[in-house]
Structure formats: structure tokens, C-alpha cells
Design a protein around this ligand. Structure first.
Ligand code: ATP
Ligand code: MG
Length: 246
């Protein structure tokens, strides 16, 4: 049985996909079999981040329409151990319903240790699809009020749905900018206003952005990926300190 974790944010662009890719690579590196589901229908990007965009012919909607079976719509990411990707449709009109997404993850659950679902921005219908099968959630925020508001909206949606195992990742953190902005006294205040327990702090790091944007996400443990290794340990229940600063 897989653990199914949805990566959400409410506000767009906080780094959900980047962090989803980083955590998936890191989980696979630690010997786990991982299925990463891109649920950003119409705006998928994980195929690019993991460098498999040329391989991807079929997506989840093809399975639903009967154009292919799972084996053709799930792509193993080369050189990333047991990491597999199922892409979202490019055409937003081919969105999968929440009940169908739940059925898909149930059918695949025995084959993977972890299923990570990368949710879209906002709390629209694709978001409902992304959260439907999840047992756990990670909310990815930036340390700024607009992002925090998104976190609270998403958190409410998740708890209304009965998902209570929710953790926070503060992404793109830059101490100097944080202090210059002067909105929050410290990170504890950000965590308090997000009303969510912190599981990881990811620095604003051009190495992370560069690897993903170049399609080299699968290499992200090489230097910058240490931060994802640390979060993955905590996801697996191992109590390690927050890695920050690298
Ligand atoms: N830790 C980081 N350091 C530097 N840049 C980052 C980091 N995380 C994400 N980025 C950059 O932030 C931008 C948004 O990232 P990403 O696409 O992962 O966000 P998203 O939340 O998935 O967006 P969307 O809501 O559109 O799906 C990208 O340009 C990405 O390279
Ligand atoms: Mg995204």
C-alpha cells in the first residue's frame, strides 16, 4: 500500500512542482518506489523538470479514455532509481474527475511505496481531483502574506475533506530578504500564522531552479538536493534536524 501525499499551496508559483520533483527524486534515491502524478491539468511541467518530456506520449486522460493502459502512461525516470511519472493532460478540457483519480491511485497503490500528487495552483476543480485520494498533505509556501493566505485556504479545504496529517514547507527562503521585508518577526511567526507544523525549509537557491528548469531534476541530490533528503527523512518519520544553508 502506498502512502499518498498531495503537494498543495493555494497561491500559484510557491514551488510545489519543484519541491515535488525534489522530494520524489530523494525518496527514490533512498530506495523507495515512487509514483509522481502531475495533476496540473493544462499546465503540466514535471515532465520537463525531470527531463522526460520527449518520452511522454500518453497521460492520465489516455488511461481514462482507454487509449492505453497504465504501463504506457507511467514513465520511469532514467537514472533516478524507482521514480515514475504520470503526466497531466496538456489539454485542460481532459481533466480527470476526483472519483476517477481516487480509483486510479487505488489501482496503483500496491505497486509503489509513495504516490506524490503535484496539485495545481488555486482551489478549483483540478485541486479537488488532486486532494481526493490523499492521506497526507504538504503545503508549500513562501514566507509572505499572500502565500500564507493561500496556505490557510488550502488547509481549510484539506481539513474539510478529512485530511488532518498536514505539514508545511517554507520554500524559497532567503534570510536577508525576509529581514528586509520585515513583515514577520521570525520564521516561528510564519509557522504560527500558517497554523501548520513545519517539515522543511528550502532556501531560495538558483541551483535548485537551474536543475529543474534544465530538466535535470533527477540530479538534484548532487548538490542542492541535500535539503530534500532531509525533508524526506522527516516524511519517513526519521527525526533529523532541518537542513538549511547547505
Ligand atoms: N527553492 C527554490 N529556489 C529558487 N527558485 C525556485 C525554488 N523553488 C522554485 N523556484 C522557482 O520558482 C518558480 C515557480 O516554481 P514551480 O513551478 O515549482 O512553482 P509551482 O508552485 O509549482 O507553480 P504553479 O502554481 O504554477 O504550479 C520557478 O521559476 C522555479 O524555478
Ligand atoms: Mg506547479
Amino acid at each position: 500500500m502506498s502512502q499518498i501525499i498531495v503537494m498543495a499551496s493555494g497561491k500559484g508559483g510557491t514551488g510545489k512542482s519543484t519541491v515535488s520533483a525534489g522530494l520524489s527524486v530523494s525518496l527514490a534515491k533512498q530506495g523507495k518506489k515512487v509514483l509522481l502524478i502531475d495533476c496540473d491539468c493544462g499546465m503540466r511541467g514535471l515532465d520537463l523538470m525531470l527531463g522526460v518530456e520527449k518520452d511522454v506520449v500518453f497521460d492520465v486522460s489516455d488511461v481514462v479514455c482507454g487509449n492505453c493502459d497504465y504501463s504506457k502512461a507511467i514513465y520511469q525516470v532514467e537514472d533516478a532509481g524507482g521514480l515514475y511519472l504520470m503526466s497531466a493532460p496538456i489539454d485542460a478540457s481532459e481533466e480527470v474527475s476526483p472519483s476517477v483519480m481516487k480509483q486510479i491511485t487505488q489501482e496503483l497503490s500496491d505497486n509503489y511505496d509513495y504516490i506524490l500528487i503535484d496539485a495545481p495552483a488555486g482551489v478549483g476543480s483540478s485541486f479537488d481531483t488532486a486532494i481526493e485520494p490523499a492521506q497526507r498533505a504538504v503545503i508549500v509556501v513562501n514566507a509572505e502574506p499572500t502565500s500564507v493566505r493561500g496556505c490557510l485556504n488550502v488547509r481549510k479545504k484539506l481539513t474539510d475533506k478529512g485530511i488532518t496529517d498536514i505539514r508545511l514547507i517554507i520554500n524559497r527562503f532567503n534570510e536577508r530578504n525576509f529581514r528586509t521585508m520585515g513583515i514577520y518577526k521570525d520564521l516561528d511567526e510564519v509557522i504560527d500564522v500558517c497554523k501548520t507544523q513545519l517539515i522543511g525549509l528550502v532556501p531560495d537557491d538558483i541551483r535548485i531552479a537551474t536543475l529543474m528548469q534544465r530538466g535535470c531534476g533527477k540530479d538534484c541530490w548532487s548538490s542542492a538536493g541535500v535539503v530534500f533528503d532531509c525533508i524526506v527523512s522527516r516524511i519517513m518519520g526519521i527525526n533529523v534536524p532541518l537542513a538549511y544553508g547547505m
